[in-house]
Design a protein around this ligand. Structure first.
Ligand code: FAD
Length: 409
């Protein structure tokens, strides 16, 4: 009889795992509040319409031979080998039994408990977030276009703040810049002069995980693009109208996007599983979850929510995918443990606007237009299905030829 595997999540780690696990050996059930896989590296491009939303998602039900339940996992009973689940829509609660459990629930955006962030800022983690940002950006322009709006009000509506100088914040600011240069100047001609993009970062540089020269290049490009860089700056509070900084200054904003890194989900925090100081589930080199003095041999954790013993790996899609693939291969093997997981760093890429990108690869560090073409072709090949590759390519051509769509719906 086939053993039953439950996979929690439909992100990078889970999706890679599901694709590789041998379904002749296992019955696979997926539990996730999201019924699709999302290709996050291109998510910032959807916030201004460079790429359309549906072009970067893969419906999970397209994967043959799996069962799927659209729910949150709310608890694990390790001794009884079952999980509790809850569907947000209907409020229905139920339990599922398993032989093996794979936890790949990712993380959520960290607000550091700063007052007003949850209520007033927008995040950039899910497709629904990107949709909210896109609507809000267009609303800011439409509001600023109303009759009787003063010069000062126009400036306030069109002050776009981004908090977090990591890849997500930087790529969103870059996309916003392109939108203003390429579309606002045509479609909201009178407003282009009022727009201001402000990037707030706690450290003294942006893209701090990249090579120092590349990080400096990104700052130079941003300054040239008139993006205001507020480095060494901390947000202390946000209200409906103002962003307050720790240095005592405040300014009005039309939109605030909060992209300051991750923290563990409530589910992980309340799961009773052992976590490290960053709140990640502690695992051994085979992703077996820590259990008192030893490790479970039937509960695993992979991706952003997991911490690999002795190694602090970055919270990236690359790491999550490699871990999901490793675990599937490990469980597919009928005998022997083999070698523990070893991360292979393939490097990092980031888009900085105006058809320029950065590449920080093990053998190559690059900037500029050539790297932008490389960035696009790398992500085009990494998109999962032929359908999405075709859609993204079509979106890029459409944006180049006729600009971004500014309809609000
Ligand atoms: C805008 C953006 C851009 C990025 N760009 C890059 C990039 O260019 N390169 C790169 O390497 N990385 C990038 N990343 C990081 C990358 O997306 C993450 O590291 C990666 O998604 C982690 O994969 P994961 O499977 O651990 O979690 P996720 O992909 O976050 O998936 C978590 C899954 O778990 C589900 N879930 C949550 N709670 C529960 C629950 N209680 N029960 C069941 N399911 C649950 C979620 O719905 C989701 O399906 C980017 C991230 C963002 C947000």
């Amino acid at each position: 009889m086939k053993k039953k595997i439950i996979v929690l999540g439909t992100g990078f780690a889970a999706f890679r795992f599901i694709k590789k696990i041998n379904r002749n050996l296992y019955d696979v059930t997926i539990v996730s509040p999201r019924n699709h896989f999302l290709f996050t590296p291109l998510l910032p491009s959807t916030t201004v319409g460079t790429i359309e939303f549906r072009s970067i998602i893969e419906p999970i039900r397209n994967v043959a031979g799996i069962s799927f339940h659209q729910s949150y996992c709310t608890g694990i009973d390790a001794a009884e080998k079952n999980i509790s689940c809850r569907d947000e829509d209907t409020g229905r609660e139920y339990k599922l039994g398993f032989d093996y459990l794979v936890i790949a629930v990712g993380e959520v955006t960290n607000t550091f408990g700063i007052s007003g962030i949850k209520e007033n800022a927008l995040f950039l983690k899910e497709l629904s977030d990107a949709r909210k940002i896109r609507t809000k950006v267009i609303d800011c322009f439409e509001n600023a276009s109303l009759p009787g709006i003063s010069e000062r009000e126009k400036k306030d509506f069109l002050r776009f703040a981004v908090c977090g100088g990591g890849p997500t914040g930087v790529e969103f600011a870059a996309e916003l810049h392109d939108f203003i240069e390429e579309d606002v100047k045509r479609k909201y001609r009178d407003l282009a002069g009022y727009v201001e993009i402000i990037l707030i970062e706690a450290r003294d540089s942006i893209l701090a995980t990249f090579d120092k020269k590349l990080s400096e290049y990104a700052m130079k490009i941003f300054r040239r693009q008139n993006i205001v860089l507020k480095t060494n700056s901390l947000v202390s509070e946000v209200d409906k109208e103002y962003i307050h900084l720790k240095d005592g200054t405040s300014f009005k904003y039309g939109l605030l996007v909060w992209a300051t890194g991750n923290t563990s989900t409530d589910f992980v925090r309340l799961s009773g599983l052992e976590t490290d100081k960053r709140g990640k589930i502690i695992t051994d080199g085979f992703f077996r979850v820590k259990n008192n003095g030893g490790f479970f041999d039937y509960i695993y954790a992979v991706g952003d929510c997991a911490s690999l013993r002795d190694k602090e790996l970055p919270a990236t899609a690359q790491v999550a995918q490699q871990q999901g693939l490793f675990l599937a291969k490990y469980l597919n093997k009928k005998t022997g443990e083999g070698k523990a997981f070893n991360f292979r760093n393939l490097g990092m890429l980031a888009y900085v606007g105006n058809r320029k990108a950065l590449a920080d690869l093990p053998q190559y560090k690059g900037t500029g237009f050539g790297t932008f073409l490389f960035w696009r072709s790398a992500y085009l090949t990494k998109l999962v299905s032929f359908k999405n590759k075709a859609l993204v390519l079509f979106d890029w051509i459409k944006t180049f030829v006729s600009g971004r769509d500014v309809s609000n719906f």
